[in-house]
Design a protein around this ligand. Structure first.
Ligand code: BG6
Length: 473
C-alpha cells in the first residue's frame, strides 16, 4: 500500500447528527433541529416542521447520540483506534443562536475549546466544518437564508469568530459541507430557502451568495493565520453513461459538469465555469453579483479539495430506462448492472473512487481528502454483545485499496475520514438503524436505548489499518 507517512487517517461526524443538547447553554434551533424522523420506506424520508412539536413527534437531532456530554469517552475511543484527524462540525447555533447577533455565545465557544483540548491531548488533529446543514433556523425564517446578502455577513462574522478563537488549536477548516447540494431542487433548504416556493433563479442566487461567503471566510482566515488550510467540500456523485451511445455520454457530461464540477470550479479556480453561462441563459437566470463579489470569489480560493464518496450512478438519455432507478446520496440515478447496492439502495463502487480521485486531481491539482465514505447498514448485536460487521470491513478494504491505487497513479491524497465513525443520526432519513460506525451506539429509530458505546469488529480492523499505515487490510 502506498500511503505517505503523514497520511491523515481518521473519521468524521457532524454536530447536528451527533451532539444532541439542541437547546442547552443558550444554543438556538438550527434547520436540522426542525427535521422530524422519517424512515427508509417513507416517501418524504423526513418531515421539516416549521413549528417544532416535541409533544407529538421525535426530532433525532435534539438528543443525537449525546456526544455533547460524552465527547471525552468518544475521543478516547477514536484515540484507541489511532486517529490522526477527526472531522467534526461546529453547530453555528451554539455560537450565534439566531445567526444575526453581534456578540457570540461564550458558553458555546467554551464547549469547543474544551473539545479541541481533548483532541489535542490525544494528538488528534481537528478538521472543522464551519457549516454542515446547521444554518440557524432564524436566518431562514427571517431573511430567506442566503438569498439575502446580509447572511453573507452573518456567516463571515461566525467564521471569523471561530478563526480568532481557535487559531492555535485548529489548522484544517472546511467552509460548507456538500456545497453542491445547493444545485438540487431539494437542497434549497440547507441554504435557508424554506418559507415559500422559490424560483430557480433564487436558488442559484442563494448559492452564489454562499460562494461569496465561503471566499470571504477563506480570505479572512488566511489573514488571521497564514498557516490555516481552508478547503471546500462537495458531495461527489460519480456518474457513468448507461451505454456508450453518444447521447448517454453527452448527458452524463452535462450532469457531471453541473453537479460535480460547477461548485468545485468556483471554489478552486475562482470563477464560474463556461458551461454555467449556457445553463443560466436556458433558465433565464440573471444573478445579482457585483464585480467586487467576483473579485472575492477569484481571491478566496481554497487550499485543498475534499469530498464525500459513497456510491456511483448511471445516466441515460433514454426516457424508458429512467424508471430503472437506484437510490443515492442526495441524488439517485439509473442502476448499474455491475454493482451491488447497500441496504439503502446505494451502489457500492470502490473502483469508482480511484476513477473519481483521478478525475478531480487532474482538474484541480490541489491536495485532496476523502472526508466521507462508508457503508450505511443494519448491524446486529449478537447474544454475547459483539457486532460482527464484516460487510463494513469489506467495503472499507476495497475503498482503501483503490485510494492506494490512486496514490500510485500520482494523486496527492492527504487524508481519509470515514463517515459516522461512531453511529449517528442519518441525515437523509433521521434513522439510527442506518449505521456507519466503527463504534456501535445503543439507540433506536424512536430514540430509545442506553446510548452506551461498543466497539464493533471493524473498530479493531481499522485500528490495525491505521497502525500499519494501510499495509494490513
Ligand atoms: C452526506 C452528509 O450527505 O452523507 C452527511 O454530509 C450524511 O451529513 C452522509 O450523514 C450520509 O447520508 P445519510 O443520509 O446516510 O446520513
Amino acid at each position: 500500500m502506498s500511503f505517505p507517512k503523514n497520511f491523515l487517517w481518521g473519521g468524521a461526524t457532524a454536530a447536528n447528527q451527533a451532539e444532541g443538547a439542541w437547546n442547552v447553554d443558550g444554543k438556538g434551533a438550527s434547520i436540522s433541529d426542525h427535521n422530524r424522523a422519517g424512515s427508509r420506506t417513507s416517501s418524504t424520508r423526513r418531515t421539516f416542521d416549521k413549528v417544532i412539536n416535541t409533544d407529538e413527534y421525535y426530532y433525532p437531532s435534539h438528543t443525537g447520540i449525546d456526544m455533547f456530554h460524552r465527547y471525552k469517552e468518544d475521543i478516547a475511543l477514536f484515540a484507541e483506534m489511532g486517529f490522526k484527524v477527526y472531522r467534526l462540525s461546529i453547530a453555528w447555533t451554539r455560537i450565534f443562536p439566531n445567526g444575526d447577533e453581534t456578540e457570540p455565545n461564550e458558553a458555546g465557544l467554551q464547549f469547543y475549546d474544551e473539545l479541541f483540548d481533548e483532541l489535542i491531548k490525544h494528538n488528534i488533529e481537528p478538521l472543522v466544518t464551519i457549516s454542515h446543514f446547521e444554518l440557524p433556523y432564524h436566518l431562514g425564517e427571517t431573511y430567506d437564508g442566503f438569498l439575502d446578502k446580509r447572511t453573507i455577513d452573518f456567516y463571515e462574522r461566525y467564521a471569523v469568530t471561530l478563526f480568532k478563537r481557535y487559531k492555535d488549536k485548529v489548522k484544517y477548516w472546511l467552509t460548507f459541507n456538500e456545497i453542491n447540494f445547493g444545485t438540487l431542487e431539494h437542497g434549497k433548504r440547507i441554504n435557508g430557502l424554506f418559507n415559500r416556493e422559490y424560483t430557480v433563479e433564487e436558488q442559484y442566487q442563494a448559492l452564489h451568495n454562499v460562494f461569496v461567503a465561503s471566499s470571504k471566510a477563506v480570505i479572512a482566515g488566511h489573514a488571521i493565520n497564514p498557516d490555516f488550510k481552508i478547503g471546500c467540500m462537495l458531495a461527489y456523485i460519480t456518474m457513468y453513461p448507461k451505454t456508450c451511445k453518444p447521447e448517454d455520454v453527452l448527458k452524463t457530461q452535462e450532469a457531471n459538469d453541473h453537479l460535480n464540477y460547477f461548485c468545485g470550479d468556483v471554489q478552486v479556480k475562482g470563477k464560474y465555469p463556461y458551461f454555467m453561462t449556457r445553463f443560466f441563459k436556458k433558465e433565464n437566470i440573471d444573478l445579482k453579483s457585483s464585480s467586487e463579489e467576483m473579485a472575492l470569489i477569484s481571491e478566496g480560493t481554497v487550499d485543498y479539495y475534499t469530498f464525500s464518496y459513497y456510491m456511483s450512478t448511471c445516466i441515460t438519455s433514454d426516457i424508458d430506462e429512467r424508471n430503472d432507478k437506484t437510490g443515492g446520496n442526495l441524488f439517485g440515478g439509473v442502476s448499474n448492472e455491475y454493482l451491488e447496492t447497500s441496504d439503502w439502495g446505494w451502489q457500492i463502487d470502490p473502483v469508482g473512487l480511484r476513477y473519481t480521485l483521478n478525475q478531480i486531481y487532474s482538474r484541480y491539482e490541489v491536495p485532496l481528502m476523502v472526508v466521507e465514505n462508508g457503508l450505511g447498514a443494519f448491524d446486529k448485536v449478537e447474544a454475547d454483545g459483539t457486532i460482527n460487521d464484516d460487510y463494513r470491513i469489506e467495503y472499507f478494504k476495497k475503498h482503501i485499496e483503490e485510494m492506494s491505487n490512486a496514490i500510485d497513479d500520482g494523486v496527492n491524497l492527504i487524508g481519509y475520514t470515514p463517515w459516522g465513525c461512531i453511529d449517528l443520526i442519518s441525515a437523509g432519513t433521521g434513522e439510527m438503524s442506518k449505521r456507519y460506525g466503527f463504534i456501535y451506539v445503543d439507540r433506536d429509530d424512536e430514540g430509545n436505548g442506553s446510548l452506551d458505546r461498543t466497539p464493533k469488529k471493524s473498530f479493531y480492523w481499522y485500528q490495525k489499518v491505521i497502525e500499519t499505515n494501510g499495509a494490513e487490510l
